[in-house]
Design a protein around this ligand. Structure first.
Ligand SMILES: Nc1ncnc2c1ncn2[C@@H]1O[C@H](COP(=O)(O)OP(=O)(O)OP(=O)(O)O)[C@@H](O)[C@H]1O
Ligand SMILES: Cc1cn([C@H]2C[C@H](O)[C@@H](COP(=O)(O)O)O2)c(=O)[nH]c1=O
Length: 205
């Protein structure tokens, strides 16, 4: 039995977390066994690494190694077993975030990220990625009214525009997997766009 692996991506504040529950409800209403997870995090070890990476000062290479260390534990102990059990796994961020944040934002070489992804994922890849796309300024305004900024969220608008551009480049390289959602509308408008994608992608569901 093989389940479904769907990831949610976008710059901080784009609205991923707001819509992930509605996607879970959509699949559950169609009989799917849905499991939610997130990165960085998703296992006790990876959640501990998340706390470190979002709080402690560190270099870019250390940052990406911690992201991929947590991802390895997550893939091995949560994602692969969930897919083997036929579940629909919805993950708030996955490897595209490393290419966007550490590749685009921090400027790490993409070849290094490709190697880490090959080692860590061993072929485990989302079948669909919903990329919530929003200008950095608008995302920052949403974040400002929502919560206190963590170490990465404190970075400037230029950083987030580089991250956004890197997501666009990833989407151009994987057009069958990564679907862009215009996240600039109201919650209802964005939610409708997400449901349109699901209905088109899973008509038999
Ligand atoms: N379409 C929207 N219009 C206005 N505000 C929104 C919209 N979508 C989400 N928000 C609000 O913006 C804030 C950030 O949304 P959310 O937490 O879903 O973003 P996110 O992409 O998951 O961010 P992060 O990756 O940093 O966790 C929340 O306060 C949320 O209520
Ligand atoms: C997986 C992953 C995440 N990040 C960054 C992106 C965000 O700034 C934080 C996670 O916070 P969220 O509120 O859960 O979205 O981590 C990253 O830089 N690289 C990654 O691989």
């Amino acid at each position: 039995m093989t389940g479904r692996f769907i990831s949610f991506e976008g710059i901080d504040g784009a609205g991923k977390s707001t819509h992930i529950q509605a996607v879970a409800d959509w699949f559950r209403a169609r009989g799917a066994d849905v499991q939610l997870s997130r990165e960085p995090g998703g296992t006790p070890l990876a959640e501990a690494l998340r706390d470190l990476v979002l709080r402690e000062a560190m270099g870019s290479l250390t940052e990406v190694l911690l992201m991929f260390a947590g991802r390895r534990d997550h893939v091995e102990t949560v994602i692969k077993p969930a897919l083997a059990a036929g579940k629909t796994l919805l993950c708030d961020r996955f490897t595209d975030a490393s290419f966007a944040y550490q590749g685009g934002g921090r400027g790490l070489p993409l070849a290094v990220l490709d190697t880490l992804a090959d080692w860590v994922q061993e072929g485990t890849e989302p079948e669909l990625t919903l990329w919530f796309d929003l200008p950095a300024e608008q995302a920052a305004a949403r974040r400002a009214s929502a919560r206190e900024a963590d170490r990465i969220e404190q970075l400037d608008l230029d950083f987030f525009e580089r991250v956004r551009a890197a997501y666009a480049a990833r989407a151009a390289q994987a057009p069958g997997r990564i679907v862009r959602i215009d996240a600039s509308g109201t919650v209802a408008e964005v939610g409708a766009a997400v449901l349109n994608v699901l209905q088109a992608r899973y008509p038999a569901c």
